[in-house]
Write a protein that binds this ligand. Structure first.
Ligand code: ARG
Length: 565
């Protein structure tokens, strides 16, 4: 139990109310002169039928004061708690050190599985800056859920089906050069694909050829399938490099084509349940009840759609992984698609439709306006990452050329900066990508936080390990500066829980920036190492725990921490 929990439980006992009700109301005042924790009694007035200030007085008089609480004061409808800062500091730091890697984690998700669908790229299409958000939000949520005790299962739901594969085969057979495409990967495929579209404008018969090739794939023609798999392998090799750079992995690459033979049972079930109706030759599920346009299941020529595949995928995932939740980390452009998908499942009578969540997010554009898919001006994610690494290397050469292993450090900082920028604003906001802001070592950025971490490490290295055996004088942690850092560290667990509940990594990125800011301020205002060994021991422990929490928070975001910078 942490301090907040202990205070909540003492209030719950005094008020004779369930602890969950108390926890929901508990506040941490921004101004510590008002108290370190505050409990407002307004909301209790209705059930207890008394004026809020009376309730506050009444509860306060019955509370059994926990040891670490130095004072309980009622002001109006608030019961304010002041903690004994040295005890609070000692307990917080000792708890963090005792729990080590597990500090801030939870077991709440024990025995439950979360399926996360993220990145989900399209084969033979560029892996561009627009995929940054789904990839890094998904990866971060994956880690956050694991840290909360769940089993995370990551799926890259590949866009590997559709007539474009017929076009690619046709284009390849006409103008493709094996070696060239092997060498250029996605870019090579893109080149012949663009050429196909240009040529098809004047020679529409190419479209028929492409359709025939796609039919070959569907019919399992060996030659066509071999090419299809080759396109897939080339794409996965290209994006694999980027996933490696980002430290992202997947437990499954089952994409759209995987569901080819899994749609019929679902379509049959829809028909049996009387949910399938004809509309202009196509088969649809009417969603009037949800005030949504109908969901298209089969086109008039009998072919399946994106939604049909997603429907089959949802059932497959439920049956295979028995998920507690299935998250789709996909841009808000697909809001309607997911509303329809979830509604169809609900209409079919499955209550787990409520466990499907569309984790949506905004768009990314480049500061210099260089992102325009329509004109083929695509900004490849790999190029952005490499540019960030290059720019970092230049900064290092200028500021700290003596540093060891510049390669690794430049990658950790450059890539970390890009990831962090994608996870800093709330998910749903559109984002403008600007290298200078992203790499600013003084801003609300990864390099700023990473730098604070290396600062902690170098203080600890300088002190050596002799202080670990010295009894800390915890009273030095009662200064305002130290207490603010300690309080923030004490909030780590509830911060991760909140990020998880909202599926919002930015809760953690804001948290870690603030931790770095508070520690930096502390570092400037106080000397960590001085003549008093016991005081130094306490400050060093605070420094150590700060470094560990920063490292863990960054890890939860999918960002590494360089050893030096
Ligand atoms: N490949 C799709 C796209 O690029 C995203 C797929 C998202 N996942 C899903 N199960 N629909 O738009």
């Amino acid at each position: 139990m942490d301090f907040k929990d202990l205070i909540c439980s003492s209030i719950a006992k005094a008020a004779e109310l369930p602890i969950a009700d108390i926890e929901a109301l508990m506040e941490t005042p921004p101004d510590k002169t008002l108290g370190d924790f505050a409990f407002p009694c307004f909301k209790l007035a209705r059930t207890l039928r008394k004026a809020p200030p009376m309730i506050a007085q009444d509860i306060a008089s019955k509370i059994e004061k926990p040891d670490f609480v130095s004072e309980i004061k009622t002001v109006g409808a608030y019961i304010n708690f002041f903690v004994d800062r040295s005890i609070f500091g000692k307990d917080t730091i000792e708890k963090a050190q005792r729990e080590g890697e597990a500090y801030g984690s939870s077991t709440i998700g024990g025995g439950k599985t979360i399926v996360l669908d993220y990145s989900s790229i399209n084969i033979a299409k560029p892996f561009h800056i627009g995929h940054l958000l789904t990839t890094v939000i998904g990866n971060s949520l994956y880690r956050i859920y694991e840290f909360m005790g769940y089993k995370s299962f990551g799926v890259n739901h590949l866009g590997d089906w559709g007539t474009q594969f017929g076009k690619l085969i046709s284009a390849y057979k006409r103008w493709g050069d094996k070696e060239e495409i092997e060498r250029d990967g996605i870019k090579g495929l893109l080149r012949i694909y663009v050429k196909f579209h240009k040529e098809a404008e004047e020679h529409p018969e190419l479209e028929d050829e492409a359709r025939a090739y796609f039919k070959d794939i569907e019919d399992g023609d060996e030659d066509a399938l071999a090419l299809f798999h080759w396109f897939k392998d080339l794409t996965l090799k290209d994006v694999g490099r980027v996933y490696d750079m980002l430290g992202v992995h997947f437990d499954s690459y089952n994409g759209e084509s995987f569901y080819n033979d899994k749609m019929q049972p679902v379509i049959d079930e829809l028909a049996e349940k009387g949910l399938l109706e004809e509309s202009e030759g196509a088969m649809v599920v009417n969603l009037d009840k949800y005030e949504l346009p109908p969901c298209l299941i089969l086109k008039s020529n009998g072919t399946t759609l994106y939604a049909t595949r997603d429907l089959a995928a949802a059932f497959y995932r439920k049956n295979t992984y028995d998920f507690d939740k299935c998250l789709y980390v996909v841009a808000y452009q697909q809001n309607l698609h997911f509303k329809q998908l979830f509604s169809v499942i609900e209409l079919m009578g499955y209550d787990w439709a409520k466990d499907m969540v569309h984790v949506n997010f905004g768009m990314v554009s480049m500061q210099d306006g260089s992102m325009s898919t329509r004109e083929g001006r695509v900004v490849f994610l790999e190029e952005v990452l490499n540019a960030a690494i290059e720019k970092t290397r230049a900064i290092i050469e200028e500021k700290n050329p003596g540093i060891e292993d510049k390669e690794t450090v430049s990658r950790q900082i450059g890539v970390g900066a890009v990831i962090f920028s994608a996870l800093y604003s709330g998910r749903i906001k559109d984002m403008v990508f600007d290298y200078d802001r992203v790499l600013n070592f003084d801003g609300e950025t990864a390099p700023y936080v990473q730098y604070c971490h290396t600062r902690c490490r170098s203080v600890l290295a300088k002190a050596g390990d002799k202080y670990e055996l010295i009894e800390p004088d915890w009273s030095v942690l009662s200064t305002d500066g130290a207490f603010e850092v300690v309080s923030h560290i004490a909030d780590f667990g509830s911060t991760v829980a909140k990020a998880c509940e909202k599926n919002e990594p930015s809760v953690i990125s804001h948290y870690v920036v603030e931790l770095a800011q508070l520690f930096n301020k502390y570092y400037y205002d106080y000397r960590i190492i001085d003549e008093n060994e016991n005081a130094t021991a306490a400050r060093l422990r605070l420094t150590k725990v700060t470094a560990d929490v920063i490292k863990k928070a960054l890890w939860l975001l999918g960002i590494e921490t360089p050893a030096a910078m």
